[in-house]
Design a protein around this ligand. Structure first.
Ligand SMILES: Cc1ncc(COP(=O)(O)O)c(C=O)c1O
Length: 377
């Protein structure tokens, strides 16, 4: 099997598995128990919090463990809306190309009377920071724009938008589920108040993630109960998964210091070149040519249906639209929002590479795709 769907989910790094195993097999306790078993587990959670904070350039106390990116996003949107419940005409600014983990909580909040303003993107999926500036009113309570898009990989000007938010005295959130481990993600450099992370996009297990909440920012928890996570997220911590998240974060720091992402980018561009050489004018790139995640290649094959191509593959994994909402009849909402014509959007496929990707896999993937398209290399 050739797996080119790392934006959907990554395998767990073997070093992450090794770090987790003692907490599955031997080390057992509740982090809140004052006895020796509890203390050992508490120390592991403290270490993991430090590792995640270091990855994001944050302080450990600013990290809240969650079940993933979806929960972190829900926490931000609903938590901010609740914190400002006494204000009339509460307004949240977001974009048209967000993940459903933003769009759906926004829909829920709209039903509850919160005004949601979605700024458009250009043909390459970029938000214009001036559009965000123009959308701000005295009623704006939050700006939430994703760091990088999951389908086309376009990287948003978060630093610029966060500066505009700060000037206006508005909280700034970014969904960094797709950018962590692929491009630098530092909360100070970005200037954000809130940031969502999804562990299974950077080689940690599925079902764990983190929310960065800048010190001094007070938002309502999403999950109420006992006082876990300093009262910000109730529920006994998922210790083995959190230990894994911490190790994955440490590996991300190492990866960002190495040339791993440059190598991934070269392989991504090789795949694009092989396909373009064979397809000529019958292939178009979706997303920004340069302001794009180094691992992501979203292309449309003219006259094709991406989903049929995917279904024709026996041992090559990639994606059409997003893994969680693929549909044969409807073009991707992200591509539609970018103004990609319907017939082009229907022929779109997304290849996303990861740390284990090899040149042999790129050769193999090219061969399989071209064979399915009936094109000679
Ligand atoms: C941009 C973005 N945000 C949020 C999520 C959801 O994260 P999780 O699967 O950890 O809930 C995803 C996952 O596909 C994503 O790509």
């Amino acid at each position: 099997m050739i797996y080119l769907d790392y934006n959907a989910t990554t395998p767990i790094d073997p070093r992450v598995v090794d770090a987790m195993i003692p907490y599955l097999r031997e080390i057992h306790g509740n982090a809140y128990s004052p006895h020796i078993a509890g203390r050992a587990v508490r120390a592991a959670v403290v270490r993991a919090r430090g590792q995640v904070a270091a990855m994001l350039g944050a302080e450990p106390d600013e990290i809240v463990f969650t079940s993933g990116g979806t929960e972190a996003n829900n926490h931000v949107l609903k938590g901010v809306a609740h914190a400002f419940r006494d204000r009339s005409n509460r307004t949240i600014i977001t974009s048209v190309v967000e993940h459903p983990a933003i769009h759906e909580p926004c829909r829920f909040l709209a039903d509850a009377g919160v005004k949601i303003v979605k700024v458009p993107v250009d043909g390459q999926g970029l938000v214009d920071s001036d559009e965000v500036r123009r959308a701000i009113t005295p009623d704006t309570i939050l700006i939430s724009i994703m760091h990088a898009n999951n389908e086309v990989g376009t990287i948003q000007p978060i630093r610029e938008i966060a500066a505009i938010a700060r000037e206006a005295g508005v909280l700034m959130h970014t969904d960094a589920a797709q950018s962590i481990g692929k491009i630098p993600v530092d909360v100070e450099a970005l200037g954000v108040d809130l940031l969502s992370a999804a562990g299974h996009k950077f080689y940690a297990p599925q079902g764990v993630g983190a929310l960065y909440i800048r010190e001094g920012v007070d938002i309502e928890p999403l999950i109420h109960g006992a006082g876990h996570e300093k009262g910000r997220r109730a529920g006994t911590e998922a210790v083995p998964a959190i230990v894994g998240l911490g190790m994955a974060a440490e590996i991300v720091c190492e990866q960002m210091r190495s040339d791993a992402n440059r190598r991934i980018c070269e392989l991504r561009d090789l795949l694009h070149r092989y396909l373009s050489d064979a397809m000529g004018k019958r292939i178009t790139l979706n997303g920004h040519p340069t302001k794009r995640l180094p691992n992501t290649l979203n292309v449309s094959f003219s006259g094709q249906i991406g989903l049929y191509l995917l279904e024709a593959m026996e041992d090559l994994c990639f994606s059409v639209g997003a893994a969680c909402h693929s549909d044969a009849d409807e073009p991707s909402a992200v591509l539609s929002a970018m103004g990609v014509p319907r017939e082009v959007a229907m022929g779109a496929v997304r290849f996303s590479l990861g740390r284990p990707t090899t040149e042999e896999e790129i050769n193999g993937a090219t061969k399989r795709v071209l064979k399915a398209l009936g094109v000679n290399r």
